[in-house]
Design a protein around this ligand. Structure first.
Ligand SMILES: Nc1ncnc2c1ncn2[C@@H]1O[C@H](COP(=O)(O)OP(=O)(O)O)[C@@H](O)[C@H]1O
Ligand SMILES: [Mg+2]
Length: 359
């Protein structure tokens, strides 16, 4: 049996007695391994379609998690749940390769859980703390050590060029039906480059970014809901802290699902925005540079616009990238993002005030 063969490459605490599919992840295949000594591990098959260089992905994860653990241990705090911990193979590799797949093993983080849905604003405050703490731990990390595993991931101008190409080709004759959406993007072409320009001019630093700061990638303490750590580090890369802030708000502070068809339901939840920002800034306000803080609200607009633009690009390109479950699914997704952008724009002054009040 394949599982057995994979596990035989690891020295676990006891014999593996059960291996069960685990969690609600969409990218990787995740298994929970339990041993005769009641030790637990997470075994994951890395999605080879998304990650072309699993070696680089794993090296990034190892560098970042070792760095965090060392830093926490040096400050005499408990580092056991501070970050994911890779279990090496018997050959001291951070992954195991079979003929056609890559695997990795993590220690199970005990007494913590991830949420699919936020239950109360306080949880989102803790999520903000986890995302902010990740930045704080890594603020002096030697960024040049990280591989760029997905080039131009949040390079909004590059995404815009791609969108223009696909829209002008219009191979599926869908362009006419989305005139308003195309205009929405076009009208915002001058703001979408702000983060990349600041990075390229050196006005804001490249930092370790997580790039997938969704709710279910943050572990909170099972009993107290306190922030434990961020997980799912596959997309860790050099980037801007604004990518993570913007994306966390885009996903977590929207009042509706990403593919909601009734756009009147799509709003920005101001309380959730406030709570996330409060947790995030408690951890980061003393080392973020002024231009980063000044652009937090802009980042929520830019990253949401970028995401909508990607959905619309895929719609115009025949739905090749994002899997669809109904007709116009990607168009619906694009529309929720643009609605959210409008909502953020409408409340921009208030959101800026909230950020100021938290500093
Ligand atoms: N080290 C770990 N300890 C405990 N639970 C984990 C650990 N790693 C992952 N999980 C659980 O498995 C789920 C899926 O893992 P994740 O790495 O986010 O995969 P995906 O990339 O598929 O989203 C997480 O949401 C979390 O609940
Ligand atoms: Mg995940």
């Amino acid at each position: 049996m394949q599982m057995h063969k994979i596990l035989s490459n690891y020295i676990l605490d006891g014999e593996a007695i059960s291996v069960n599919e685990y969690g609600n992840g969409h990218i990787n295949k995740t298994f929970l391994v339990t041993t005769s000594n009641n030790a637990k591990y997470i075994l994951q098959q890395i999605n080879g379609n998304v990650f072309k260089n699993p070696e680089d992905v794993m090296r990034n994860i190892e560098l970042v998690t070792d760095y965090i653990r060392t830093k926490v241990a040096l400050s005499n705090q408990d580092s056991s749940r501070a970050a994911l911990e890779i279990v090496p193979t018997i050959n001291f590799s951070n992954y195991f390769k079979t003929k056609d797949s890559y695997w990795r093993c993590y220690k199970f983080i005990n007494g913590a859980k991830t949420y699919e849905q936020i239950e109360n604003p306080r949880q989102f405050y803790q999520v903000g703390k986890a995302v902010g703490r990740f930045q704080r731990h890594l603020k002096d990390f030697p960024i040049e050590k990280l591989a760029i595993t997905i080039p131009d991931f949040h390079n909004t101008p590059v995404r815009f060029q791609k969108f223009l190409e696909v829209a002008s080709e219009d191979r599926y004759n869908r362009g006419l039906g989305v005139f308003n959406e195309v205009k929405f993007i076009w009208d915002r072409r001058h703001i979408m480059g702000i983060i990349m320009e600041l990075l390229e001019s050196g006005e804001i630093p490249y930092r370790v970014t997580h790039n997938d700061t969704k709710l279910n990638n943050v572990m909170l303490d099972e009993e107290t809901d306190e922030a434990i750590c961020v997980i799912d580090l596959d997309t860790v890369m050099p980037g801007s802290v604004l990518f993570d802030f913007g994306d966390a708000i885009r996903v977590g502070a929207s009042t509706a699902a990403e593919d909601e068809q009734d756009l009147s339901k799509v709003k920005l939840d101001i309380e959730l925005f406030t709570e996330f920002s409060r947790g995030f800034l408690e951890e980061t306000k003393d080392f973020l540079v002024p231009k980063e803080i000044e652009n937090l609200v802009n980042s929520t607009i830019i990253i949401t616009l970028e995401c909508g633009m990607r959905f619309l690009t895929d719609y115009l390109d025949g739905d090749k990238y994002f899997r669809i479950h109904r007709e116009n699914h990607n168009l619906d997704r694009a529309r929720t993002q643009f609605k959210l952008v409008s909502e953020i724009e409408k409340h921009k002054d208030l959101l800026e005030q909230i950020i100021k009040s938290l500093l």
